[in-house]
Design a protein around this ligand. Sequence first.
Ligand SMILES: Nc1ncnc2c1ncn2[C@@H]1O[C@H](COP(=O)(O)OP(=O)(O)O)[C@@H](O)[C@H]1O
Ligand SMILES: [Mg+2]
Length: 430
Amino acid sequence: MSSNRKPDDPIISLRKVSKKYPIYDRPSQKLIELLTLGRKQRHREFWALRDVDLEVRPGTTLGLVGPNGSGKSTLLQLVAGILTQTRGDCYVHGSVAALLELGAGFNPEFTGRDNVYMSGAINGLTRTQIDARFDDILDFAEIGDFIEQPVKTYSSGMFVRLAFAVAIHVDPEILLVDEALAVGDLIFQHRCINRIRKMRQEGKTILFVTHDLQALVRFCDRAILLDKGRKIGEGSPAEVAQQYQALVFDRERREAGEGEDWIQHEEDGSLPEINTIPHIHNRFGAGGAEIQGIVLLSPDGAIVNEARAGEELQLLVSVRVKQDLENPIVGVTIRDRLGTEVTATNSSYEGVTLPAMSAGTAVTVAFGIKMPELRPGSYSISPAVASGNIWEHKIEDWIDNAYIFDLAETDLVYGMMRWSFDVAYRTISS
Ligand SMILES: Nc1ncnc2c1ncn2[C@@H]1O[C@H](COP(=O)(O)OP(=O)(O)O)[C@@H](O)[C@H]1O
Ligand SMILES: [Mg+2]
């Protein structure tokens, strides 16, 4: 560390950092380049990071979010010194312990014990220091006698527990945590989070990659959003979480658009069978029935990706029953782009009793909607099928954010929605 640094100077500083990977479409291309000593270029270029500027002050817990492939792991590996940037400058003024993605750091052929000593040494600990901490590491990792087995025999959970135990016991100034935590069980995750919190209180600097936006908001002081290698957002964790959700939502909406062949129209004009679910975000249920498709249609039968306030539309949900169901109920929840529930309903609530269904049969339920005057933007529909009645039922299948549509810009709506107001007045003379 140079002597002219002040305590509050950035401990990590990236200036216009870019990282390029060569991409070979075939292994033979790499061979040609090697044999010609690079005179024949056979690869394409891929920029995993582009012109990233970042300053992290000591003691900050910085959250990194972004879609898969946005460059989060690459950024951590640059800070860890495992990779070198192609362009730009990357300064790190402190000791680093890194808990990177699975596979990094440990030698699979060696025992857990040997790996603890090796990665301790890589992180600057002497043998005596590791001896002194070994029991604590083992306690934290909770892998028992497996410590004497080669790491390649470990489950991914055991692997990550040991890696995390080592990373926190080398007592770094900077801790890098990639998505690794998601692999451990919940109890371990809680212990890790507690530990990270303690390190944060001790004034360590932490870079934390996560998809868990609640964890982001709870544990980080600041956050950045990466997309396609660029830093496209930076600010408070709550702000960045919103930007990230909006980005994901928008992308899904655009992908949702295509293809009409999955609507099977009936000759007699009765409700069609829908066979596509544009997105499966999060799905759960007992499995007695399955959502088979969902679509929003205009009166002339066209797929609606963009709706207008006041428009009359039909929302169709097809469900196939896997076990005999006495009282099936089909419903939908509508959310805005930040995940706020705008409304929800189901067949039973709307006064329609669906017939008992036997295993193997399917049903399409149509919900006629007059699109309310809501704030323009993206909305999502989450369909569900349950059995029972509104008061007491079992969810058989539920899919979050399966269908996404846009509500077009109108100049009518201020705030969240338009209410109808009656205006009256009386002029009062003095
Ligand atoms: N060694 C590599 N060679 C070529 N491309 C790579 C390599 N490592 C990562 N990439 C690519 O760089 C992009 C960013 O990867 P990564 O940093 O792992 O993203 P994230 O962690 O945000 O999912 C991805 O598109 C990935 O496929
Ligand atoms: Mg990654």
